[in-house]
Write a protein that binds this ligand. Structure first.
Ligand code: NAI
Length: 345
């Protein structure tokens, strides 16, 4: 049921790290119908950043204090992945609308707890941050597929490649991330579910290596990995993820059908249409990170959340798909760690 448009949605953001700052800037400056009024972070420097950079005055050390703020309608979670499930549940119990960065959670038990809490708040919006759904290239690929241009889809290949990290961030980030598949490929798993209208997985296999970051061994993670998922109706999907890209960010998709195929982002994204030739070389500057690659998609995603809250759209179907994405991500991790093929019932 759709509700009448409400007034401005007052948002409180929790977590002001790498991506939290990006979201905070967008919420403060680039969305209509929403207002960033509060922030929470245990780190004083991050709270100070929000005060000086964005003029936010309600700044809390803990999420609990932010949830107690009656003026906050919606909570925006940009916190470490291992906290997502508990924090979504706490926000729902406080009666707030929730946006949470991906992935929804790291286990199916956690997903279940979130779904149970959401069921008790039938009018509250919950959205997980899969911003590829708001990127024009992905939207166009989906349009062509739905239009029937590709015929019957039988093959997907998705890649999420991060530029080589020289400052050690990935290794520090890894213990709470859920591992390469749940952290990176989760976006592509969501894309696969979106493109196939929620096709059911049949089996998963996976392989991975530590090519450049041996320290990832401490948390059993890898920096380069590939998973193969067979979906129902003979749709074969492969997912490649790495932290070892020499050409910057590559977020790519290839769809093959019986009539035609489409691809986007293969080989990375140039920052300019101009190539420069010099010294027997062809120079083409590439997008370095996902902030640049998805700059616009992050804004459209934020707008979609605000619009959903204002329109009374609870986004429950998307929440179920986020749960299904976690199920496949967990299976990939299990296949990788246990060197076996995981099958679904
Ligand atoms: P980060 O480590 O840079 O930031 C985490 C933030 O959470 C920091 O501000 C930290 O102070 C805060 N924090 C830590 N414990 C807290 C607590 N108990 N209560 C409140 N705040 C707390 O991490 P990053 O890279 O910003 O990632 C955050 C989330 O965003 C992760 O779940 C990650 O998967 C997701 N992410 C999504 C991306 C996308 O493409 N959509 C890209 C990068 C990250």
């Amino acid at each position: 049921m759709r509700h009448e448009m409400s007034n401005t949605v007052k948002v409180g953001i929790v977590g002001l790290g790498r991506i939290g700052k990006n979201h905070a800037r967008n919420l403060a400056r680039r969305v209509r119908g929403g207002e960033l009024i509060a922030g929470a972070s245990p780190v004083a420097a991050e709270r100070e950043w929000a005060r000086t950079e964005l003029g936010i005055t309600k700044l809390y050390e803990t999420m609990g204090d932010l949830l107690a703020d009656k003026e906050v309608d919606a909570v925006w979670l940009a916190t470490p992945t291992s906290f997502h499930a508990d924090q979504i549940v706490a926000a729902l119990e406080a009666g707030k609308h929730v946006f949470c960065e991906k992935p929804l959670a790291l286990t199916l038990e956690e997903c279940k707890r979130v779904l149970n809490a959401a069921e008790k708040q039938p009018n509250v919006t919950v959205m997980v941050g899969f911003m590829r759904r708001y990127d024009p290239a992905y939207v166009e690929a989906k349009r062509r597929l739905d239009n029937g241009d590709l015929g019957k889809l039988f093959r997907l290949h998705c890649a999420s490649l991060d530029a080589i990290d020289t400052n050690g961030f990935f290794v520090q980030f890894a213990p709470t991330s859920g591992g390469l598949f749940l952290d990176c490929s989760i976006h592509d798993i969501d894309v696969a579910l979106w493109m196939t209208n929620g096709a059911k997985p049949v089996s998963v296999s996976a392989t991975g290596i530590r090519a450049m970051y041996p320290d990832l061994a401490a948390c059993h993670d890898v920096d380069t990995a590939t998973a193969t998922v067979l979906f129902e109706n003979d749709i074969l999907a492969t997912f490649h993820a790495s932290r070892t890209s020499h050409h910057g960010d590559e977020t790519s998709l290839q769809l093959v059908g019986t009539q035609s195929s489409v691809s986007l982002g293969v080989g990375g994204t140039p920052t300019s249409e101009v190539n420069v030739q010099k010294g027997n070389a062809n120079h083409c500057a590439m997008v370095v990170d996902f902030f640049a690659r998805f700059e616009q998609a992050f804004v459209v995603e934020a707008q979609a959340f605000i619009d959903a809250v204002r329109n009374g759209d609870t986004m429950r179907d998307r929440l179920l798909e986020a749960r299904d994405a976690t199920r496949i991500g967990v299976a990939m991790r299990e296949a990788l760690e246990q060197k076996k093929i995981v099958t679904f019932e």
